[in-house]
Design a protein around this ligand. Sequence first.
Ligand code: 26A
Length: 346
Amino acid sequence: MAAPQGYPLLCLENPLLDIQARGDDALLEKYGLKANDAILAEDKHMGIYEDLLARDAKLIPGGAAQNTARGAQYLLPEQSVVYIGCIGKDKYGEVLKKTCEEAGVHTEYRIDEAQPTGKCGVVITGHHRSMCTHLAAANEYKIEHLKQPEIWSLVEKAQVYYVGGYHLTVCVPAIIALGEEAAAKNKTFMLSISAPFIAQFFKDQLDSVLPYTDYTFCNETEAIAYSEGHQWGTEDITEIAKKLAQLPKKNTQRPRVAIVTQGTLPTIVAIGSATGTVEVKEFKVREISKEAINDTNGAGDAFAGGFCAGIVAGKSLDDSIDMGQWLASKSIQELGPSYPFPKQTY
Ligand code: 26A
């Protein structure tokens, strides 16, 4: 049962189960994968899940924004986060639901009768990860599901929206509906670009939702992919962050903030203003020793989770960035996009 008062943070995207194992160059080559990438699976990739399972793969709850939702709830009081997406009627779907419940995230999954729960094959080589996603049921989320009265009332009760850019491959109208709601009522709308292929191949979809964003997240490779796709003629991360902050904006009552993470390099934050000026800030990451790193899969999602928690809790921009960096440093010491248990406090 949904809490009658609703949840301040609402996250939308693709619920996936990660099938993660260590791989090697031969496995990457077999499926034509880059060491560090995220793609949508085509027919030729479908064997990868069996191959990963044969390599003693771990089944880990994933889906980028679902990881962010669990991360934000980790730092917030009970009943702060609701997550929306579509799963199948199967064991993998049950696992996702249970993991969210244990993390205190309320889920409003649509359950598709025909398609299985989506999965993401994750090939780990060193500190790289290559992700190959078969969306299946996750691809079946439609605007009419979001507009169902019991779901839409949760949308209305939320104050902050976080959408994973991966959902641009699934249901743009749902993202726009959240953006419109946020803009109309001066609530906060955040979106992560999620992967270079979103900036390259879902460019128009991305550009149709960016005007709604109060906070735009990306990492350095996504920033460069966006710049290339828009012929900005620069690979300078600070320049790109500034331009992202200055893109047209629907809700002019809030400045646009563009946040670019760059692994262990400082996070670049560009803050736009109504007058067209942009302020840039840099934040060092919380460094941990190489030996303490387990895997970096989900680091960006964890960062966004900590940041969202800060914003929902009414913290300053600087404090929210620090909460993101704290949670990211915790997550990379775990296997996959997970958080320490028992709970550590910020
Ligand atoms: C549509 N695609 C490609 C995806 C994803 C995705 N989440 C949603 N949609 N491809 C990979 N992921 C998730 O990213 C997390 C790491 O940042 C993986 O499930 C993984 O948990």
